[in-house]
Design a protein around this ligand. Structure first.
Ligand SMILES: *Cc1c(COP(=O)(O)O)cnc(C)c1O
Length: 462
């Protein structure tokens, strides 16, 4: 076995063709328990090389038995489907293998990344002087925004560590990365206030305002709000227009976590869901969630590029040897060697235009409308979701959501997850695969109903 790129890419093509054909016939891979892993696959790594034929056979087995996140029966996570134009860009990024840290290594790829950042900033409506970067995902985008907010509040924290008591705010429905990030940044998990939400899953503004006042009265320092555009379970959009004035009054950094729903900025029809975004301090979205770009494609933009620079730059003369900071992207990013995650989004955007991206978003919202209408019109279902959301939460008859979802997976019928909100647990169908059609959504319900009826003795009841 030798190192031969042409031969291996030939095999790659063969493998991928087989995978794509297999996804149509077997849209759900056979569930394998962790205990079975070593008996089903030859995973063991040895001192000696594998025999070429065994190597190929084993690799094929792995590929065909990994869960099929691009099939029409995958609704389990906030990503799904694959857009061929984004795949093309990402495969090229692997081949080019440039790091995005400096202009000297990345060359025109710096232009690719900067163009996306510039266009997204225009969509948001940030003023001159704005900036951005491509973090490794939504969690990292949230992390970077928290660091910038912390450093803005007190420049010395970077050198001396935390001194006073900084308080961050987010919704009780916010992503779990906020808690982790509070720990990483030295803010402390206990200094995050989880504001309760209204019945639609949006942060309750009165509660938020009260909490800020209580904290101020106790001599604490409110400095950061993490609002959500598309909460992970209900896909609720916090009301920015009400948060902005409070944040401005108290000099609080307002970050909008749009990892899930932030791509509405591309759509004339749905961008009203993030009305006021131009008044936030930072914003992120994941193109790998709703746009069919491969993991991970995350964009973080900031109103004032100086904040990004002052928190993430560090002198490194072995690295930054040519060109200015504007083109040495490593001076505004977390990583040193950084994968090119921009190219796949650029190939997608270039190929289909902003209008094409908007169409994907609008289509996904209309799939959610179809799903919600189906649930509403069928008395066997209870609906927990609202309009203007990509997440359709429901229960079917009195089947317990958790058990139903687990058994659907174990029996290889379909992959869908469950979620909870205000004491209810339900099936969560997310219409984030733009390749799906209404017929695919109706088929989802058909598969679920047939399975529930055929296994009604086995599935637990609420
Ligand atoms: C998915 C998600 C994140 C995390 O994004 P990753 O790219 O998975 O790290 C953060 N916030 C929200 C609201 C999300 O839905």
């Amino acid at each position: 076995m030798y190192n031969n790129i042409k031969e291996d890419l030939f095999f790659f093509n063969e493998l991928i063709n087989e995978l794509i054909n297999d996804e149509l016939i077997n849209p759900v891979a056979t569930a394998i328990t962790p205990n079975e892993l070593h008996s089903k696959f030859d995973l063991e790594l040895k001192s000696s090389p594998a025999i070429a034929e065994d190597f190929k056979k084993e690799l094929k087995k792995l590929v065909l038995n990994t869960s099929k996140s691009s099939s029409k029966l995958f609704f389990n996570q906030l990503f799904g489907g694959r857009h061929s134009k984004a795949i093309l860009g990402d495969l090229l990024a692997v081949m080019l293998n440039n790091s995005m840290a400096t202009y000297k290594i990345a060359g025109p790829q710096v232009g690719v990344e900067k163009e996306i950042i510039k266009q997204v900033n225009t969509l948001i409506g940030y003023p001159k002087g704005c900036g951005g970067t491509f973090p490794t995902g939504g969690s990292m985008s949230n992390f970077m925004s928290l660091i910038m907010a912390r450093d803005k509040k007190d420049k010395e924290i970077r050198n001396k560590g935390m001194q006073g008591k900084l308080i961050a705010y987010t919704s009780e429905n916010a992503h779990y990365s906020i808690a982790k990030n509070a720990s990483f940044t030295g803010i402390g998990k206990e200094n995050v206030r989880y504001i309760k939400s209204n019945e639609k899953g949006q942060m309750d503004i009165t509660c938020f305002k009260k909490q800020v006042e209580v904290d101020l009265a106790n001599g604490l320092s409110p400095f950061y709000v993490n609002a959500t555009a598309g909460t992970t379970v209900l896909c609720a959009f916090d009301k920015l227009s009400e948060l902005v004035p409070i944040c401005q009054r108290h000099n609080i950094w307002l970050h909008l976590d749009g990892a899930f729903g932030g791509t509405v900025v591309f759509s004339e029809k749905y961008k009203h869901l993030v009305r006021g975004a131009e008044l936030t301090d930072s914003f992120c979205f994941n193109a790998h969630k709703t746009l069919g770009a491969p993991l991970s494609t995350s964009v973080l933009v900031v109103k004032d590029k100086e904040d990004l620079y002052s928190s993430f730059n560090n002198d490194a003369n072995y690295l930054y040897q040519t060109d200015d900071a504007n083109y040495n992207l490593g001076q505004t990013s977390f990583e040193c060697g950084r994968r090119n995650n921009a190219l796949k989004f650029w190939t997608l955007w270039k190929a289909i235009g902003k209008d094409g991206i908007a169409k994907i978003i609008d289509h996904e919202f209309s799939l959610a409308d179809s799903a919600r209408n189906y649930v509403k019109e069928n008395s066997d279902y209870t609906l927990y979701s609202f309009e203007d959301s990509l997440s359709v939460c429901f229960n079917y008859k009195d089947f317990e959501a958790k058990d139903l979802c687990t058994k659907l997976y174990e029996k290889n019928k379909l992959m869908v997850g469950f979620g909870s909100f205000h004491n209810n647990t339900f099936v969560r169908l997310v219409t984030i695969n733009g390749e799906n059609l209404v017929t695919d959504i109706l088929n989802f319900f058909k598969v679920l109903e047939e399975f529930a009826e055929q296994n009604s003795d086995l599935i637990k009841r609420i």
